[in-house]
Design a binder for this molecule. Structure first.
Ligand SMILES: Cc1ncc(COP(=O)(O)O)c(C=O)c1O
Length: 493
């Protein structure tokens, strides 16, 4: 069991009344009392279960209210009760499900984690709920310093600015690139990329459905993301040369007009697509030669690949000029090298985060670095890669039992494999990646008590971002019992 963070954080200045409050034995005891109440109830959630009949009507009402507030029905009939246990989460109708998507990658340490609750409560004692650029406490900079220390292990990143969403971290990243390379105003991005939903990010993101009605004012040139089937067919070197040629064409067509190239080293929404180092390196070398900023969007990958930063696994840290993280860090952030440190006024904002998110974010970073029960999360034999291998085994066993669910041909061409992704970004591709069937499968799996989501733009995949910080590897067969029941319902139509 992880020790609970009921002790005060080290960043508090000694000798103030604020320190005195943080050090108070009464506060510590109160936090421990809260955590033990959480623990006692959380421990009672030990398996999935259906809704409780006496809670169904109230749940329906709450769902309707949520839909009214939102202006449309929710994608999933999901309203949490506020309690869970590791990868298990209780909903307001009393049902309990495996959460294999964790808020699209946010809750790496699952639900009702006692240590993170203690950190959140302690952070919530801050004099104000929110911090901003003008006035904040030291917790804001302590979080940034922790993140920088980890990022600097294998990159030239030197500074960090925090924000409250991944899209905003990306906006800040883009501004930093534009300012450094002014008046260059074009952006290079990969086909199928996703960057968030501000006006600019939804223009760069390669999904027409996400920008209906948005005027197009950002100049974007799209590069193909690595295609393993084409690379195999043409030969990898020839394929990479072709992509470099493609990039060079843009640069010759618009000389000195590109401010940056945005890289997702593993595409998230785009389908958990991976690429080898040589592919990225070849493109990054061209960027370097032409003074185009290399911007690495790790908002979905951070923490989840076989290394803490995806650039570490690919040994590309030296190339990165600008980096964005979010989701599991709780606080989103834009990091940049000394050369990209912008002038005053470019990065600011009313909110940078809250006391609770800084405290939980710091604790998340600390635990990612420390590992679990003496085992590292990272490396080939780390918990993340081991879980990935168990996931792959489960998918292959499922496909062996039901080969008809896993055709290799899709209407977009052959699949490279029925299972893919990397580390804690896991995908499986049943039903030829058909959009409608994948959507139905998500819903059927939900009804069979496992929460997943889809990714890709064709073929479509089922995606999992499991809470690997707390997930027990031996539970994969239990999760896949639910997956099998759900897919059987989809297959039956
Ligand atoms: C790669 C990537 N960039 C940016 C974002 C946007 O983050 P947010 O939803 O916090 O604005 C996401 C979110 O899914 C993402 O996956």
């Amino acid at each position: 069991m992880t020790a609970v963070a009921s002790s005060p954080p080290s960043s508090v200045t000694p000798g103030t009344l604020g320190t005195d409050l943080q050090d108070s034995p009464a506060v510590r005891a109160a936090i421990e009392a809260i955590v033990s109440e959480v623990r006692a109830r959380s421990a009672r959630l030990t398996d999935v279960r259906g809704p409780r009949s006496e809670l169904k009507a109230g749940y329906e009402e709450a769902m309707q209210r949520a839909a009214g507030v939102r202006g449309r029905g929710l994608l999933y009939p999901y309203l949490g009760s506020g309690l869970g246990h590791g990868a298990l989460v209780e909903l307001m109708d009393g049902s309990v499900k495996w959460d294999m998507i964790s808020g699209i990658g946010v809750h790496f340490f699952g639900h009702s984690d006692p240590d993170l609750i203690a950190a959140a409560v302690r952070g919530a004692m801050s004099d104000t709920a929110m911090s901003g650029n003008l006035q904040s406490n030291d917790d804001h900079y302590a979080f940034g310093a922790d993140l920088l220390r980890l990022a600097k292990r294998s990159s030239r990143l030197a500074h960090v600015y925090s924000s409250t969403s991944g899209a905003m971290a990306n906006e800040n990243g883009l501004k930093v690139c534009y300012q450094k390379h002014a008046p260059a105003s074009r952006v290079i991005a990969f086909k199928d990329c996703f960057m968030g939903r501000t006006v600019t990010m939804s223009q760069i993101g390669d999904a027409a459905a996400n920008r209906v009605g948005i005027p197009l004012s950002t100049l974007v040139d799209y590069m193909p993301f690595y295609d393993p089937v084409a690379a195999e067919r043409m030969g990898r070197t020839k394929y990479i040369d072709m992509c470099v040629w493609h990039l060079t064409q843009y640069i010759e067509r618009y000389p000195k007009q590109h401010a940056c190239f945005i890289f997702e080293l593993v595409q998230g929404e785009g389908g958990f697509n991976t690429a080898p180092r040589e592919y990225f390196k070849a493109l990054m070398d061209v960027c370097r030669a032409h003074s185009i900023a290399i911007w690495d969007d790790e908002i979905q990958t951070f923490g989840r690949t076989g290394t803490m930063f995806a650039y570490e696994r690919l040994d590309l840290g030296d190339y990165v000029d600008v980096l964005c993280v979010g989701k599991m860090t709780q606080v989103c952030a834009t990091l940049f090298t000394e050369a990209y440190n912008p002038g005053p006024g470019l990065l600011s904002g009313t909110f940078t985060g809250s006391g609770s998110t800084f405290a939980v974010g710091r604790r998340v970073l600390e635990r990612l670095e420390r590992g679990r029960d003496g085992q590292s999360y990272y490396g080939d034999n780390g918990l993340i890669e081991r879980n990935h291998r168990s996931f792959v085994e489960q998918v292959r066993a499922l496909a062996a039992r039901h080969p008809e669910w896993f055709p290799m041909q899709t209407r977009w061409g052959p699949l490279p494999d029925i299972v893919g992704g990397t580390g804690g970004m896991m995908r499986l591709s049943p039903f030829g990646g058909d959009k409608e069937k994948i959507n139905k499968a998500c819903r059927h799996l939900f009804d069979e008590h496992v929460i997943v989501f889809y990714c890709g733009h064709g073929p479509y995949h089922l995606r999992m971002l499991p809470p690997l910080g707390v997930f027990n590897e031996q539970d994969w067969p239990r999760v896949f019992e639910c997956v099998e029941r759900g897919l059987a319902r989809t297959a039956q139509g």
